[in-house]
Design a protein around this ligand. Sequence first.
Ligand code: GDP
Length: 324
Amino acid sequence: MAPKDDSLARRVLKGDIRATAKLIRLVDDNDPEALPELAALYPHTGAAHVIGITGSPGVGKSTIVDKIVGKFREDGKTVGILAVDPTSPFTGGAILGDRIRMQRHFLDSGVFIRSMATRGQFGGLTRSTADAVVALDAMGKDAIIIETVGVGQDEVDIAHSAHTTVLVTIPGMGDDIQAIKAGLMEIGDLFVVNKSDREGAGKTVRELQFMLHMSSERYQESGWEPPIIQTIGVAEQGIDDLYQEILRHREYLKYLDKNELKRRERLKIKRQLFELLKEGVVNEIMKKIGGDEVLDGIVNDILDRKSDPYSANAELLKRISGSA
Ligand code: GDP
């Protein structure tokens, strides 16, 4: 669908910052007004390099992102940053934090920073992040960095919408290593041990090396063995290595077998479609049930033992299918 002259989509395509900010806000609010705009933008996407940076709070993600953005800018590339924090109830705080940490880039029109704030009861963060990526990609950003906090399912899901995923940890974070072992390993294209000025950095690198070694067969097959990069974010040490590895991963993706590339893209699209579908279906179901209040009433009945989850579920399903 061709966008109207004065539409948000048209303005986003021209690189209009306010229009893009507005669209991302609509996306974050799950406002249906965003949908025709996103549909109009979608054909203009696919050129940006989407990079996910994830790790526990305090490992130095924002510090690293700030420095990496500097590298992209030196190369004349524009950057969009999405800070996603599903754990923090204080969105305002997150935005303020970004402002302070990214001050250096705040007046640079080649850098666009937004915090994603979706607090939908039924998720939606993966969907809204993917939609925001569409907006930034269509706006013409060369690189889009998605910064996620934590190492949970949300991060795994969001990482799937990135081309290159960077996992950041620090010395002495045994829990992180466990989380990586338990499932994050597969999404990491690059591993960073930040705060390498601290004691134990070598040990953390060895632990990661050992884990990667255990999966070496898979990496031989894919042709990409995730590098482990030691950095000291605050001193900008190792940042150039990290930047070069991010670019090298981009090149690796470009030269992947065409069929493999298609397979990955197809998977990505299927996931995105499924996220949209899931949210749409849940919204429809909630409407049929009569909204959150009705659901809360049922929950209260179960709490008082006047009902039980099984009968309530059966009753709701009947109502949804219109037979009650
Ligand atoms: P985030 O929560 O993962 O985004 O972490 P931040 O980037 O906000 O960093 C958390 C704290 O660690 C800040 O006080 C940084 O100055 C500090 N920090 C970042 N990188 C390093 C590093 O390489 N070494 C040391 N010692 N401190 C660092």
